[in-house]
Design a protein around this ligand. Structure first.
Ligand SMILES: C[S@@+](CC[C@H](N)C(=O)[O-])C[C@H]1O[C@@H](n2cnc3c(N)ncnc32)[C@H](O)[C@@H]1O
Length: 263
């Protein structure tokens, strides 16, 4: 697992949370989040979503954020304290969530499953901590839905390197399309998926490139790709993103299912 404490990555995650807010509201409403729910935010990172959810979505509920990285949890705790949000952060992993059985109504993981080498075990653990009749919801990326035009010549090589580097760590840059199947395989009821896209028309070319491709370019290097190739893609993108015909679109896929009632 890589640590995500670089300031650039923090501002990317913050921008991503703000950008997808209307889409995420639609998703959470369809998945059945209610104002009084106790929500688990697994892989909460610096807590931007958790704090927003506690403040705006769950006036009668609460949020527990769990992440493996203590440095990110410190940032999350400090931010929650300044805004007085009803949210608790705890260190833990997807394999061992520090909550008792049936503790939450709604277990949510955003952009976590792309990192996991044992997603079925994570779902079993999310199921353990969710009450019967509760909801498990996942949102993640799928690079198969990323389109950019005009694109730098080296972009396919950069995307391949990103996919291979993630796979070598046990993750999956195309996990979005698999979320519904994972929920079904976990024995959860009525798995449902919905796709959400956003484009450079929504945020402008520069922000689109920073949010969707900036992180890849920052972390990729040998043995996956020659740094000179990365630098050339970044240079080209900086010109192309400001050209009048530039268009980029990225895909997020959300899926949710119910924990069966106890018999
Ligand atoms: C891409 S970030 C997403 C952060 C946050 N959910 C968001 O949407 O802004 C992935 C997060 O998952 C955490 N993470 C990765 N593997 C984990 C694991 N096995 N258990 C718990 N957290 C994990 C990382 O520390 C990081 O904070």
């Amino acid at each position: 697992m890589e640590t995500l404490d670089a300031p650039a990555e923090l501002s990317r995650l913050d921008a991503q949370v703000r950008l997808v807010r209307p889409l995420e509201l639609d998703f959470l409403e369809r998945a059945g989040l209610r104002r009084h729910h106790h929500l688990l935010d697994l892989g909460c990172g610096p807590g931007f979503f958790a704090v927003w959810a506690a403040q705006d979505l769950l006036p009668l509920g609460q949020v527990t954020g769990v992440d493996a990285d203590p440095a990110l949890l410190d940032i999350a705790t400090a931010h929650a304290a300044t805004v007085g949000a009803r949210v608790t952060f705890r260190q833990g992993t997807a394999a061992r969530i520090p909550l008792p059985d049936a503790a939450v109504d709604f277990a949510y993981a955003r952009f976590l499953f792309q990192h996991l080498d044992a997603p079925a075990d994570a779902l079993a653990e999310m199921r353990r901590v969710t009450r019967p009749g509760g909801t498990i919801a996942l949102v993640d990326t799928d690079d198969g839905g990323l389109v950019v035009h005009p694109a730098p010549r080296g972009l396919p090589a950069l995307l391949r390197a990103s996919r291979d580097a993630q796979a070598a760590r046990g993750g999956d840059r195309e996990v979005g399309r698999k979320l519904k199947a994972l929920l079904h395989a976990a024995g959860l009821e009525s798995p449902t998926a919905r796709s959400y896209s956003f484009s450079s028309e929504d945020v402008g070319g520069a922000a689109f490139v920073a949010i969707t491709l900036g992180f890849k370019a920052q972390v990729l290097g040998p043995p996956w790709i020659d740094p000179a190739e990365v630098a050339s893609v970044v240079d080209e993108l900086q010109t192309l993103r400001d050209s009048p015909g530039f268009f980029g679109q990225a895909l997020g896929i959300g899926a949710w299912a119910r924990v069966p009632d106890a018999r």
